[in-house]
Design a protein around this ligand. Structure first.
Ligand code: SAM
Length: 336
């Protein structure tokens, strides 16, 4: 089947070539990425893999720093998967979930900030990894950003961005678009991360958007629920918006040694913890599409047409692996 026949856009036929920036080949950056590949566990390395996905979907996701933060190994691995999918005329090109997820979070962050009125807010990214929203989203200009992740991830990110600040290539020169940025080294499965946030200026009474992108399923069930409860408690103090992605049970079987927490019905779990206004979208839904999922027969559109109670696809016998994009909110006086 040709790309035209299976509904893939011209964008995909003319996929940008993999051209690695010179800065990736400097001694400092090479040494950092060698150590990431050799010394980090798969959970920490996932930060570079998601950055690689954004870098390779640069025709739809604007993240010019992603290549440097991803590193050569992650970029080449992701590129090979895309190449293979394109050669096979696959209906879903590797990384499309990540591209849609990124664009969904970007659009919901902007909408949440406008719902607060003046745009002045706090944005907390739990498991921030190599996220660069503080440098790439203009809607954050009145917002204070807090990135939380393991110490080595945040230290490495800071070192790479410092190295990039000496770059003469304009779009690889990090310029912050947010009002402020604080990095908070913490393990969110421990109980001190909220206190750590407060020591660098997080104010529980200030409007806050919580971004849990690609993080919940790395936690155990009890840790994930505890994190969500802590955020829900903040709904009693300030206007709070939670943006998070949840795997269903079947999705965790894709890598059962790494993925732990799952939730088949976030619209039931989140209100039980104190959130209101829960909205659940699936990849391919009208608000989670971004023109990237035209083919009605692609995996995501097929899944969306099945009731969510169905665990095994009736046509293929394969598990129904779903990623839910979830927005919830709360405020001291009821809904926002
Ligand atoms: C898949 S990456 C997602 C990174 C980023 N949110 C993004 O979308 O690009 C998962 C991130 O969660 C972090 N992480 C996993 N478990 C964590 C924990 N217990 N405490 C803090 N960070 C954690 C990892 O280090 C990694 O950076």
């Amino acid at each position: 089947m040709s790309n035209q026949e299976n509904g893939l856009s011209n964008d995909i036929q003319s996929w940008p070539k993999l051209e690695l920036p010179d800065l990736l080949y400097t001694d400092t950056i090479q040494e950092i990425h060698r150590s990431i590949q050799n010394d980090w566990d798969s959970t920490r390395r996932s930060a570079c893999q998601t950055a690689a996905g954004r870098a390779l979907w640069k025709h739809v996701v604007n993240d010019p720093l992603a290549e440097l933060l991803a590193g050569e190994t992650s970029l080449r691995t992701a590129y090979e998967k895309i190449k293979k999918d394109r050669l096979n005329n696959a209906r879903e090109i590797s990384g499309v979930i990540l591209a849609v997820r990124t664009l969904w979070f970007d659009s919901k962050i902007e909408a949440a900030l406008s719902s607060f009125g003046d745009g002045a807010a706090q944005i907390v990214l739990l498991g921030a990894g190599m996220d660069t929203r503080a440098y790439r989203l203009s809607c954050l200009k009145e917002s204070n950003i807090f990135e939380v992740d393991f110490p080595e991830v945040l230290q490495t990110k800071t070192t790479i961005l410092q190295a990039a600040s000496g770059s003469t290539t304009e779009n690889q020169h990090p310029i912050m678009t947010a009002k402020s940025l604080n990095r908070v080294a913490a393990d969110i499965s421990e109980n001190d991360w909220l206190a750590k946030l407060q020591t660098v200026g997080f104010e529980p009474k200030k409007n806050t958007v919580w971004i849990l992108e690609g993080i919940l399923y790395y936690l155990t069930h009890s840790d994930a629920v505890e994190v969500l409860k802590i955020i829900a408690n903040n709904c009693n103090l300030s206007h709070t918006v939670l943006l998070a992605d949840f795997m269903n049970k079947q999705s965790t079987t894709l890598c059962s040694s790494v993925f732990r927490f799952y939730c088949d019905w976030p619209e039931q779990l989140l209100p039980s913890l104190g959130f209101a206004d829960v909205k659940v979208s699936q990849i391919g839904d009208p608000d989670a599409h971004f023109g990237l999922l035209h083919d009605p027969l692609n995996l995501f559109n097929k899944l969306r047409s099945l009731p969510r109670t169905v665990q095994t696809h009736p046509d293929t016998g394969t598990p129904c692996c779903r990623l839910y994009l979830v927005q919830a909110s709360g405020s001291p006086n009821g809904t926002i």
